[in-house]
Design a protein around this ligand. Sequence first.
Ligand code: HEM
Length: 386
Amino acid sequence: MFGNGEPWDRNRKLIRKALELPSFRPVLEDVIRHEMDMAFQNLETYDCTKPIKLGEAFLVPSINIIAGALRGAPLPPVSEERRALKSVAQDMIDCDFRSLLTKFSFKCPVAAKVLSKLLFTDLVDVRNTLNTLRDEIRKWVEEIRLLSAADDGALAAVKSSIIYSLLTEFGFTEVSEEKEAELVMTLNDMFIAGVTTVQSAFEFILMYLSKYPDEQKRAQEEVERVAGSGDLTWAMQEKMPFVWACILEGLRLAVVVPTFIPHVLTQDMKVDEYTLHKGTIGAFSLCSVHRDEKYFTEPELFDPMRHLEDGKIKQIHSYRPYGFGRRSCVGWDMANIELFLMTTSVLRSFDFWSADNIPPQNMEMKSCFAQHLKNFTCFVIRRSHQ
Ligand code: HEM
């Protein structure tokens, strides 16, 4: 899906179709709630007198959510698959896809390994990571193919999964090797694009809420008022405008995909007095738009209210966290559902406050596929009514 031409167009449409399937949404929500419950059980074991890297606690849930969405059900709680995906997620976040050494390791893995030792740098074995991921994906595709031949409850459960949806187009049986590789690659791209981005965006949102306690409190009150102690659902998003505005504002200030994915001009074009020629590679600077005073007054300020008008969310034309046009984020609505359910679950269950006094805009970053906060830590405590 990161390619171009006819296969990109075809697969992009198929993924959109799968994500828009009405029966997919409840499955996705179930998977998210399940993974958040598991993450919270792990959080219980932390010593709350010490600061923790709260964002990191949601790296594994982010990969397991994509896996669950692909399969149509959460992974079994204790399984080899969870162990394998945990290590894939860690590699994804440890690996700098932009570094020359990483690029070199694709061509000459052995030489790159030697070089990294000489340079005292950690080098993620990207090929091995991608192979592990592809093996898992192939296994799930095979499982769903087998189930498709059955005619029972198990088949009904997977019919809403992304894999089933794609198999109906790629074919359940007698698929050519080339087609099979394309299917696996399309599913693989969802992991590459959807794991570290969601985890990073979520960490930015938590970081801002941890440094803006009044906004955190107001958001918590809204969650309690609307959801009580019942299941959190995406349908509640409209009834929680302030929480949603906090998420939108976190996404505005987050620098998850700062220059989008590079685009190539398919024809000559004019931008003001400049003529750009066909074939030119262009990158978009999201930061300069999202922090432009012309569109956002006091742009460095975390101000959820700028997204609200008469208590309702307002559309801001220059607000584009997911890009725009034909190559915009294919998983934007899935990411929104994830961010909403993840944020509301944390707000309802925990109070959290930053462990440092560093202004948000001065927090250090690191880049892998997405850009991340490097050292965000906070104190976390279970809320007393829980
Ligand atoms: C908060 C989380 C996310 C953010 C901020 C984000 C942002 C973006 C941005 C800015 C682009 C590039 C747009 C461009 O170059 O014009 C992009 C592309 C893409 N995203 Fe996301 N994304 C997120 C989550 C996801 C998820 C969950 C998925 C899939 C499950 C996904 C799949 C993709 C894919 C496949 C592309 C390439 C689309 C294409 O080239 O046609 N993203 N994303």
